[in-house]
Design a binder for this molecule. Structure first.
Ligand SMILES: NC(=O)c1ccc[n+]([C@@H]2O[C@H](COP(=O)([O-])OP(=O)(O)OC[C@H]3O[C@@H](n4cnc5c(N)ncnc54)[C@H](OP(=O)(O)O)[C@@H]3O)[C@@H](O)[C@H]2O)c1
Length: 189
């Protein structure tokens, strides 16, 4: 049986901000197209708050299996699969090549040790702080653990208040390093 690759699709600003008051902190239409392209046809797992935050016409996200995680046994999301644990969410995705974690912050924190690929929109600039706002953030990642396999810059323009860069990062394999270290040790002992 295939073990799916777990991938995040996320846009973060310079402070790792990803959400404010249960909405995106910016409007970047071309990034929405990137999101669509990276997620289309793939199972998409999201926290209940992210699912609730989707605009009506994109809920459920068309062309994708929407899997919503909640602890609320009463929660219903017509057109989506509702599950009550991350393990059930991954099982509901099935034996596919890649499962997408759409967010939000809760899920990004909880699944970080398991994620293999990041479709990352690096928004250049910091969204201004706003008193009383409920901000959520992406967890810190160790850049040394990730290998860049794709980069594309998008300038700011009249539709995009911030410039940004699309990146695809893959987690470096630990195994070759461990093998190398044990080889060095065995040669020198
Ligand atoms: N910039 C980006 O790329 C991006 C992407 C996605 C989302 N966002 C933003 O992120 C914000 C939402 O993120 P968030 O962290 O507040 O919420 P979230 O992660 O979307 O959802 C949290 C909810 O998911 C459920 N949940 C989480 N872990 C669970 C588990 N292990 N088992 C069962 N249920 C679990 C709980 O639902 P119940 O409370 O129903 O039990 C929890 O309250 C919004 O502002 C959204 O716009 C940004």
């Amino acid at each position: 049986m295939i073990t799916p690759r777990i991938a995040y699709v996320v846009a973060i600003d310079a402070n790792r901000l990803i959400g404010r008051d249960n909405a995106l902190p910016w409007r970047l239409p071309d990034d929405m197209r990137w999101f669509r392209a990276q997620t289309m046809g793939k199972p998409c797992i999201m926290g209940r708050k992210t699912y609730d935050s989707l605009p009506d016409r994109f809920r459920p996200l068309p062309g994708r299996l929407n899997i919503v995680v909640t602890r609320n046994r009463e929660y219903d999301a017509p057109g989506a699969v509702v599950v009550h644990s991350l393990a059930d969410a991954l099982a509901a995705a099935g034996a596919v090549e890649e499962v997408i974690i759409v967010g939000g912050a809760d899920l990004f924190h909880e699944l970080l040790p398991q994620v293999d690929r990041l479709y990352l929109t690096d928004v250049h600039g910091a969204v201004e702080a706003q008193a009383g706002a409920h901000d959520v953030f992406f967890p810190p990642i160790d850049p040394g653990q990730w290998r860049e396999v794709y980069r594309e810059h998008h300038p700011a323009d009249d539709r995009h208040p911030f410039p940004f860069t699309w990146l695809i990062l893959e987690r470096k394999e630990l195994e070759p390093q461990i093998t190398q270290i044990s080889q060095i040790l065995s040669e020198n002992l």
